[in-house]
Structures are given as C-alpha cells and as structure tokens.
Ligand binder design. Structure first.
Ligand code: GRF
Length: 220
C-alpha cells in the first residue's frame, strides 16, 4: 500500500485540471494519487487523459438514472469501492446533493474560474468581462449543496486586459487553476488545510502562504 491519499476526480469535459492533478500525483513525494476518474459525459476528453495516465475511469451518465438520488448512489458506490477518500470536482457539470456530500463530509473540493463569491455558475469569465472587472481569477473551495458557494480555501488573481476576449481570459485563468488545484490537494492530503465547523482551518507551513495573493513588496 502506498499510503497516499486516494482521490476521485469527477469530470465532464476537457479535463485540463484533471491533467494538472495527474501530473502533480506523478511527482515523487506528492501525498495523493488519483484512484478513479468518473465522467458523466461519455465523450469527455478527460477520459483519454485518464487512460493515458493508466488511471481507472468510469462513465456514469446521469441521464441513465431515474433520479438524482440514484445517480449519486451509483457515484458513491464507484468511489467507495475504489477506496476514494477525497473527491475533486474538475469541470464536473452537476450539482451534488446532501446525501453524496454527507458521505464525503468535508472532503469534496471544487475549482471555479472566478474570484468567488463573484460570478458563480456557467460562463464565469464571460460574466467577468461583461461587468468590466479589472482583476479576475480562480477559487478552490469546499463543496456544499449550493452552486459555487462552499467555504473558500484558496484564490489566485490575474489581470483583465483591455484586449481580452473570453478565450484569452479563460486561458490566463486556467494557467492559475492548474497551479492552484494541486497545491490545495497537497495541503488537504497532508492535513494542513481542513474544514472545521464549516470554516477553513489552515496550519502554519510554507505552502499555506501560496493560498492567497501575496503583495510582492512584502517579505515571504
Ligand atoms: C475550469 O475552468 C474549472 O474551473 C471549471 O470548469 C473548467 C474545467 O476545465 N469548473 P477542464 O475540464 O479542467 O479543462
């Protein structure tokens, strides 16, 4: 047994965040491994990434189930039988209910391409451009039953440039997503970040400082 924290990664699309997690897990000493990838979309490119990395994957199409409860029950069964301890949503386009979240209480993460609580839901980057914000970014948070509403763990900020279109801003944010998500996974896997009484608690440590923006003028 490896002793590394087993992750279940839930995807629906391209899976570039899954790739960032797979790449991090391939580094020696990284405290987590991807035990199972689950997609609710059979054509998701993320499934190719899992296959290439030699990681088990399964397709569970929500449409094939009579109810959300049945879909989530099947999801839990797959994750539990793979030994999954932490669940990472990575572009997974379904809301999860209290039964699922109760089964993995305080151990479900999501990444969202905005500085939450601004711009929840779909097309966060487009919403940001439409409102004319001057900075944007991404957020990793614990998942609760709401849409992108759970306790915030980490954020990264990027500038919004006058020349940006949705694709340019999306690409700039994604680069930060790929840095931030593995960092948070590392910290939760080692217990340096955890949820206590609905609040995010962080232990002291060098990597914890990277969970938020540092003023470049400030020491360490
Ligand atoms: C990312 O922007 C993520 O923040 C959001 O969905 C997108 C997924 O992209 N939740 P990918 O599938 O990881 O490439």
């Amino acid at each position: 047994m490896s002793g590394r924290t087993k992750l279940g990664v839930l995807v629906s699309g391209s899976g570039s965040n899954l790739q960032a997690l797979l790449d991090a897990c391939a580094q020696p000493g990284f405290p987590a491994e991807v035990a199972l990838v689950v997609s609710n979309v059979p054509t998701a490119f993320a499934l190719e990434r899992a296959k290439k990395a030699g990681v088990a994957s399964v397709v569970l199409e929500h449409k094939a189930f009579g109810s959300r409860a049945d879909f989530e029950k099947a999801l839990v069964e797959k994750l539990v039988s793979a030994g999954v301890e932490w669940v990472c949503l990575a572009g997974f386009m379904r809301l999860l209910g209290v039964d699922f979240l109760g089964r993995f209480e305080g151990r479900v993460l999501n990444i969202h391409p905005s500085l939450l609580p601004a711009f929840t839901g779909l097309h966060a980057q487009r919403q940001a451009l439409e409102r004319g914000v001057k900075v944007a970014g991404c957020t990793v948070h614990f998942v609760d039953p709401g849409m992108d509403t759970g306790p915030i763990i980490a954020q990264a900020v990027v500038p919004v440039l006058p020349t940006d279109d949705e694709a340019a801003l999306t690409a700039r944010i994604l680069k930060e997503e790929h840095r931030l998500y593995p960092l948070v996974v590392k910290l939760v896997a080692t217990g340096a970040v955890r949820l206590e009484g609905g609040r995010v608690v962080t232990s002291a440590g060098p990597a914890v400082g990277e969970l938020s923006l540092r003023n470049p003028g400030e020491p360490g």
